[in-house]
Write a protein that binds this ligand. Structure first.
Ligand SMILES: [Zn+2]
Ligand SMILES: [Zn+2]
Length: 135
């Protein structure tokens, strides 16, 4: 797995204390994190700095956001080599019991044929059910 320093360098994002703390936290999680999850875990870090950091990370394809239907946006670190292009999109899994969302990096979202003059820019595919801990 890549280190915080390697990822920031690769994506040409300046390393700051807050960025380093937030990215390290995200890398250490098995599941996607909501803004509230991150704020709760990093209680000593300024909340608006955390929010700005997430926006910067998202813009630079370090993390991606997940809409799992729970009403809360969650964030997960992108896979190595991800540029957050359409071909990097993958399925997510949402556990109905523990409210956790997971990246299914190995299951890409297939290209579909859209009607004439329709242009795809995003996709959001979520499988729902129970995770290994809850099933
Ligand atoms: Zn679960
Ligand atoms: Zn994901």
């Amino acid at each position: 797995m890549q280190t915080v320093e390697e990822i920031l360098k690769l994506k040409k994002v300046k390393n700051t204390a807050v960025r380093s703390i937030v990215l390290k936290h995200l890398l250490n999680q098995q599941k996607a994190q909501s803004l509230k999850d991150i704020e709760t875990a990093l209680i000593h870090t300024d909340r608006s700095s955390i929010f700005r950091t997430l926006k910067t990370f998202q813009k630079n394809a370090i993390i991606h956001s997940i809409e799992d239907g729970s009403g809360t946006i969650k964030y997960a670190v992108c896979a190595e080599g991800c540029n957050c292009e359409l071909e990097d999109l993958h399925y997510h899994f949402y556990c109905l019991n523990c409210d956790k969302a997971f990246c299914l990096f190995e299951i890409p979202i297939p290209k579909i044929n859209l009607p004439k003059n329709f242009k795809q820019t995003q996709a959001n595919m979520v499988i729902k059910g129970f995770c290994d801990k809850c099933s």
